[in-house]
Design a protein around this ligand. Structure first.
Ligand SMILES: C[S@@+](CC[C@H](N)C(=O)[O-])C[C@H]1O[C@@H](n2cnc3c(N)ncnc32)[C@H](O)[C@@H]1O
Length: 425
């Protein structure tokens, strides 16, 4: 934690801040940097995060005219956007009426599901990476070592698809990290030297795969991402339709009010079918929506998908801060892995096919599936120019659903949401 005193406590909050900050624990200081050119008399604002404790006023910064800000294009973004007319889009949800439990056949679904190649299920096709393991002769040292892993920053999500501890006969072993890091273990525990073992690079989607992978190292079982397509009920389609509409509305708002690209992402509260077992999920108390802010912030990486994941992460971090920092048992460790993976079991809605960077961010967040409307054939990372979940070397797969272009959304796709084909969405 860091508490800003003096001038640092004077910054107000803005959704499109002109100041960013970083914490420097070594110097005990917070460093503030302008994120774009600042005009005379323009208020300096920072981003407080997702969970505001007050109702935010529209700041001068959010309303700053783009024409007065150097956008890196000689002000051209403002010229291009000058004739935007903001209209409200009243279209009704076609799934609102009728039995909400009825399963809708594949042909009648409003989107096309991309079929990913089948999951590996024989010993040869299991992809592995070398990881450092240490045997722990005294079980009382396990808790100390789990604390140490966290302090050493080795508890990141990269190994979240594996269990940390393996009991093999009388031997208890601990998974430390993947190559090439060579862990420097605490000296005072008199541990034997760590050794390298091949471990699976992804969780198991089927029981045969679980048995094969766990023979290498105990692996998490995530059967929800199996190859058979999940049935969609009318009720779930209603939920998805509303979610996509929220993303479309936010994209149009961002284009109109903020002069941004009309791209937005939405992470709704998960829809749970009756009898559905959600294995690991975040505490879904709210939905997260974000638009692209690369122009307003002058930051080329502020894409809608990244912004939405960041909002979720900010909310998760503030929740984590109120919980015990160290997980002591194997089960606690597993659930912490679940929360580190921000989008486990989540459906992610986005107006445009996410670019390669954003698709990778979604993959790292362990998203369950991505639903998009506007295909980006030159830049998309979900089948457009590349398909991230099928790349060799990635350790997670997610479903990809492209909303069909006809129907009520067709108009948006052809007109309001159109962006240049070379844009990275
Ligand atoms: C760290 S202080 C910011 C400085 C404060 N405005 C002052 O004059 O001392 C945080 C408080 O400022 C107010 N605040 C900050 N950003 C705001 C915004 N966008 N809209 C309304 N109030 C805001 C809230 O009351 C919040 O609790």
């Amino acid at each position: 934690m860091a508490l800003a005193l003096g001038l640092g406590s004077l910054f107000n909050h803005s959704e499109s801040p002109n100041v960013t900050y970083t914490l420097d624990p070594a110097l005990d200081c917070i460093k503030y940097m302008s994120a774009r050119d600042v005009q005379a008399d323009e208020e300096l604002c920072i981003y407080y995060g997702q969970n505001l404790w007050f109702s935010a006023a529209q700041s001068a910064t959010a309303n700053a005219s783009i024409a007065e800000v150097d956008d890196g294009w000689g002000g051209l973004t403002a010229v291009v956007d000058d004739d935007i007319v903001c209209e409200s889009n009243e279209i009704t949800n076609p799934y609102a009426d009728g039995s909400q439990d009825e399963i809708i056949s594949e042909d009648e679904l409003p989107f096309i599901r991309f079929k990913l190649p089948p999951e590996e299920e024989d010993a040869e096709s299991i992809r592995t990476a070398q990881a450092w393991i240490v045997d722990v002769p005294e079980s009382r040292h396990i808790t100390t070592l789990l604390k140490w892993l966290k302090q050493a920053g080795l508890d990141g999500p990269e190994l979240g698809h594996l269990k940390r501890i393996r009991k093999h006969g009388a031997t208890t072993s601990l998974l430390l990290c993947t190559e090439p890091d060579i862990p420097q273990l605490p000296q005072d525990l008199n541990l034997p030297a760590p050794y390298l073992l091949p471990v699976p690079v992804s969780s198991a989607l089927t029981l045969p795969s679980l048995a094969l992978k766990s023979a290498l190292w105990p692996t998490m079982y995530t059967p929800r991402r199996k190859d058979e397509p999940e049935p969609w009920t009318r009720g779930k389609l209603k939920w998805a339709w509303d979610a996509m509409k929220s993303a479309v509305d936010e994209a149009l708002r961002a284009q109109c009010d903020d002069r941004e690209l009309p791209i937005a992402a939405y992470i709704p509260e998960p829809f749970s079918l009756a009898n559905d077992t959600i294995l690991i999920t975040r505490d879904a108390s709210s939905a997260f929506i974000a638009s692209d802010t690369r122009h307003g912030t002058g930051h080329p990486l502020r894409h809608a998908a990244i912004n939405a994941v960041r909002k979720l992460a900010d909310s998760q971090t503030s929740k984590d801060a109120s919980q015990p920092a160290i997980a002591t048992s194997e089960t606690d460790q597993a659930s912490r892995n679940g929360t580190n993976y921000l989008l486990t079991d989540q459906t992610f809605f986005i107006t445009h096919e996410p670019c390669i960077m954003c698709s990778m961010a979604l993959l790292h967040s362990r998203v369950k599936e991505v639903v998009y409307l506007y295909p980006m054939s030159k830049t998309g990372g979900c089948g457009g120019c590349s398909c991230l979940p099928t790349l060799k070397g990635v350790n997670h797969r997610f479903g990809i659903l492209q909303w069909k272009l006809g129907g009520p959304y067709g108009r948006f796709v052809e007109e309001e949401l159109a962006v240049a084909e070379t844009i990275d969405a």
